[in-house]
Design a protein. Structure first.
Length: 435
């Protein structure tokens, strides 16, 4: 079976029923949390030598040091293919342009005569950014993590990526070159759960602890984020990537097939879903998938993704039913290839990012559209947003009341405090009423 097919015509299902029909990949964060607990403890209690031992065990290479030297960063950029450097610079420029528009503006509001509350924004002091390096290495993720942090005004930025055998214990050279392009000089050759632990606990004489950790990763990275959340802030527990395409008869089968394959290429547990009201499109997409799959490089990985329970081609009665399914599933990436895509986009409540029409494929957003590709997975798009400048900022309320405004509310505050049996709260008000 290339990819399973579901016929939902004539059915009216609940949100829970839709989610049951299209389950996520078969992985358990809870099991992974148990597996990584000893790793977290080793990092917490250890030093740099412990991180080197963990690299030897899990990455199959023993780095000379965990901190990447400035010379290695400069060398990586000097040896970078000039055409690739140009493309990276284009992507950086695009991402910067869009993310600058996200900077919040301080505001002031008078809630009562003489009583003002200002809302002001401050950047997080220090962040740890994680960039994966397992099946593939992602310089694009360097851009997506670093640029919004820099625009937010974060003063201390550190980045970790796994050591590579092919790079003699250093992270992928293109990742290092991208760090150098962006002016990031605190880079560590450490991956997986141990990287998140390093940022959370800090490692003496090596790395200061961070306030916030962001970036995608495998299930063990997600488990470490969940385990350490509270000690650090996190963006999300990123799981396997997902693409959902809602299309009608206007879509070109070759485009749809190519986009499904593009995300299935990431991971055997990646989800690739087509939802359509067109039987003709389904027939043509199945044909195109067979043809294009035979020409692609990572055929084994893609085949496993497409044939998994997390992937499907779904026939629905109407685009309206398709919208209901999409909102229930809450995909990381959603493509709308429809006659009325803009109107339908207004009805989508749950998606990490929405890509409209033929010339806005997910792959464009992965690299150079300007939007961020670090997005909520696993259905988290129903309550969470993608990485942005706001991820790296906090808003603070600044309250200032004059005496008249204070006096006007004093009796109400005392009464409310008494109703909660917190008399000291009321006393903090009444003491200010004394003449």
């Amino acid at each position: 079976m290339l990819i399973r097919q579901l016929d939902l015509t004539g059915k009216r299902l609940s949100k829970a029923e839709y989610k049951k029909l299209i389950p996520r990949g078969n992985f358990s964060i809870e099991d992974a949390m148990v597996a990584i607990a000893p790793i977290l403890k080793r990092v917490k209690d250890g030093d740099e030598s412990e991180l080197i031992k963990l690299a030897t065990e899990f990455d199959g290479i023993t780095p000379k040091s965990i901190r990447v030297s400035g010379n290695d960063l400069k060398k990586a950029l000097a040896e970078l293919d000039p055409s690739l450097r140009k493309s990276l610079e284009v992507a950086i420029d695009q991402v910067k342009k869009y993310h600058r528009s996200q900077l919040p503006v301080d505001s002031s509001f008078e809630v009562i005569a003489g009583g003002n509350i200002d809302r002001t924004y401050r950047a997080v002091d220090r962040v740890g950014l994680y960039v994966p390096g397992g099946i593939a290495s992602y310089p694009s993720s360097v851009i997506m993590n670093v640029v919004p942090a820099q625009i937010a005004g974060v003063k201390s930025i550190a980045l970790a990526s796994p050591p590579q055998k092919e790079s003699n214990g250093l992270p992928n050279p293109t990742i290092l070159a991208t760090c150098q392009l962006l002016g990031i000089d605190e880079v560590y050759a450490v991956g997986g759960a141990q990287a998140i632990a390093m940022f959370a606990y800090g490692v003496k004489n090596l790395c200061e602890s961070a306030d916030l950790v962001t970036g995608p990763g495998n299930i063990y990275v997600a488990a470490a984020k969940r385990s350490l959340r509270g000690l650090i802030g996190i963006d999300s527990e990123a799981g396997p990537t997902e693409i959902a395409i809602l299309a009608d008869e206007s879509a070109l089968a070759k485009d749809v097939a190519a986009d499904l394959l593009s995300q299935a290429e990431h991971d055997e547990m990646a989800a690739a879903i087509l939802v359509t009201d067109s039987k003709e499109l389904i027939k043509n997409v199945l044909s195109e998938l067979t043809v294009q799959l035979g020409k692609t490089k990572h055929i084994k990985r893609i085949s496993a993704s497409l044939s998994g329970m997390q992937s499907a081609i779904v026939l629905v009665d109407s685009i309206k039913q398709g919208i209901d399914l999409i909102n229930a599933y809450a995909p990381e990436h959603l493509e709308l290839i429809l006659n009325e895509s803009k109107a339908v986009a207004g009805e989508i409540r749950n998606a990490g990012a929405i890509f409209l029409d033929r010339f806005s494929p997910v792959s464009l957003g992965d690299y150079a559209a300007g939007s961020n590709h670090v997005l909520p997975t696993g259905g988290c798009a129903c309550h969470s947003s993608g990485l942005s400048v706001n991820t790296f900022m906090k808003n603070i309320s600044v309250i200032q009341y004059d005496q008249a405004a204070f006096t006007k509310l004093a009796a109400d505050v005392i009464r409310l405090a008494d109703s909660e049996d917190l008399p000291a709260h009321g006393a903090a008000i009444s003491v200010r009423l004394d003449k």
